[in-house]
Write a protein that binds this ligand. Sequence first.
Ligand SMILES: [Cu+2]
Length: 186
Amino acid sequence: MIPNPDLSVVPVSRTRTFEWGRAGLNTINNPVSSGFGPWGVRTDTSAMLNADSGRVSARPKTGTREIWNLVNTGSGWDHPIHVHFEEGQVLSRNGSAANVPAWERGRKDVYRLRPAGTISITMQFRDWKGMFMQHCHNTVHEDNAMLLRWEIDPSTGGAVLQPMPTPIPSPQGVTFQAPTEVLPGA
Ligand SMILES: [Cu+2]
């Protein structure tokens, strides 16, 4: 295995917290773009929200590094959280780096979130721009709204259209519409 990239040389521009649990609600209620619970994700101080592909929940800036705290608010499930398209490294489990075994210290994009546990990860948003998602990879959860959209904000560099239109699939093909909601402070 090659050594990990040394992310400690990149300043942390922001820390976000994503809580994964039940009792999600939907603020958009678009029957095409919305998912409906009971599972959901709380982003920082937002409500516990069901998925909606029209909602942008986080907008990290190109080239910056962030720390994301993933929190399991329940005690009955493991949630394997998959963050699309950018690799990360695990900093700590339940607040301590000593809780991260050697086999979990490599470059990762799925993070096992244990019951009632917390895992802190760090990523630098590098080459890939645009619309991404993160979700629990338990099918019964990702299909029941434990999924959110995030988008790399190119305002510090990069030439992409912003914001990306939301794809709306149908049997007749895909149409696009403007994002429905951007969470305050995203
Ligand atoms: Cu899950």
